[in-house]
Design a protein around this ligand. Structure first.
Ligand SMILES: Cc1ncc(COP(=O)(O)O)c(C=O)c1O
Length: 404
């Protein structure tokens, strides 16, 4: 029998596809004894297991409906809940035709890319940004225009020039992707004045803004900033949020809110992707929320994660070299660390030898960079592991520096 000649068969996209850098690290991270600061995983010990399990009552009561295929837009009681629950953040109760439930925010992002991008179109992304977004956008043929971030988020003053340059080069720019709160990986939150600037620039150049906000509920200090969605009355902000970080990523339930014109397009694309997000998963999440558990669980995880964030800050202060650069975040899941002169790939392999894992900086840069940086997640590891992981990390840094 002749072997399959995959070279003749694979699509250009599949042939050129690179694996997800974080998922590729898994083989190292799962080694026994390795403390993981790598994946952006919630703490499994705080999952509300009994409360979520009690939601199974919906199966007995509503099984004939929820064991059936559901609408592509999503389970109506859950969309109703989201509309009311999110109203203070969104500035109003959003209409049902403005919401689609997605299989994770990851899918929401992919549907928006499919709706907006032709191969070669450009997306403006933060430098650094979430690797899963880079992956999805790349799969959809995006070119990347990267704009640096500082403590106040993406540097909006640089946007007009990069957009004008793309226009002169006849590259269509379609949208700006911003992780507005406790950015993955930098931890930065976009300031209110930059949110206004971003909207004004998007209006000037007829761009969409994808406001990705999986960490917005997890603020440990200070006041919430208004969503860009709530500042907009032109329908150009597409807002994505998820139950992954505030309930359970295994549920794979998230949502996107936007103008009916774009939501309808995303729904049509989703029809050809998975027909609908698991109705059973949506109904379980809905029952959990309807029973009031979301409102009682949020303050609990905010306190829990805020403590872990402080533990990582304390451990880093105790162990990392004095030239390590990082700012403890005011929310979210991550520390972003720069060690001047270090090669983070070498440091990663040394870290694995010592028994600690993180994600290398370059994974977060769409057009390259970040070789002396890395991201550490503080939510997954237990407090004693945070201290020991920081100690191992410091040892790895010392060893690498001594080897030079
Ligand atoms: C910024 C950002 N957006 C989206 C996602 C995807 O989340 P979900 O589990 O909802 O697909 C993540 C996951 O880590 C993330 O950090």
């Amino acid at each position: 029998m002749a072997d399959v000649n995959w070279g003749d068969l694979l699509s250009k996209t599949a042939a050129e596809m690179k694996p997800s850098p974080i998922r590729e690290l898994m083989k190292y991270i799962i080694k026994p004894g390795v403390i993981s600061f790598a994946g952006g995983n919630p703490d499994p010990y705080i999952f509300p297991v009994p409360e979520f399990a009690s939601g199974a009552i919906t199966l007995g009561r509503d099984g004939m409906e929820i064991m059936q295929y559901g609408s592509t837009e999503g389970y109506t009681p859950l969309r109703d809940f989201i509309s009311k629950w999110m109203a203070p953040r969104m500035g109003r109760e959003t209409e049902l035709n403005e919401i689609v439930i997605t299989t994770g925010s990851q899918q929401g992002m992919d549907l928006l890319c499919a709706a907006l991008l032709n191969p070669g179109d450009a997306v403006i992304v933060e430098d650094p940004t979430y690797p899963g977004a880079i992956h999805t956008m790349r799969n959809r043929g995006a070119k990347f225009i990267t704009v640096p971030c500082d403590a106040d988020g993406i540097k909006t003053d640089m946007l007009p020039e990069v957009i004008e340059t793309a226009i002169r080069a006849e590259i269509p720019v379609k949208f700006i992707y911003s992780i507005v709160n406790f950015q993955n990986p930098s931890g930065a939150t976009l300031s209110a004045s930059r949110r206004k600037d971003l909207l004004e620039i998007a209006e000037r150049y007829n761009l969409i803004i994808l406001e990705d906000d999986p960490y917005g509920h997890l603020r440990y200090e200070g006041e919430h900033e208004p969503t860009i969605f709530s500042m907009d009355n032109s329908g150009r902000v597409v807002y994505a949020c998820s139950f992954s970080k505030i309930l359970a990523p295994g549920a794979r339930v998230a949502w996107v809110v936007g103008a009916p014109e774009i939501i309808r397009r995303m729904v049509m694309i989703k029809q050809g992707t998975d027909l609908c997000t698991s109705v059973i998963a949506q109904a379980l999440v809905n029952q959990y929320c309807a029973d009031g558990y979301m409102d009682s669980f949020l303050p609990k995880i905010v306190t829990h994660y805020s403590g872990k964030c402080k533990s990582m800050a304390d451990s880093f202060r105790r162990h990392l070299p004095s030239d390590a650069e990082y700012t403890p975040p005011k929310g979210g899941f991550f520390f972003w660390v720069r060690i001047p002169g270090i090669d983070s790939q070498k440091l990663f392999m040394k870290g694995i030898e010592k028994g600690v894992a993180f994600v290398n900086g370059p994974a977060f840069f769409a057009n390259g960079g970040g070789t002396d940086c890395f991201r550490t997640c503080f939510t997954f590891a237990q407090p004693d592991e945070i201290e020991e992981g920081a100690r191992r990390l410091a040892e790895a840094i010392t060893d690498i520096r001594e080897e030079r």
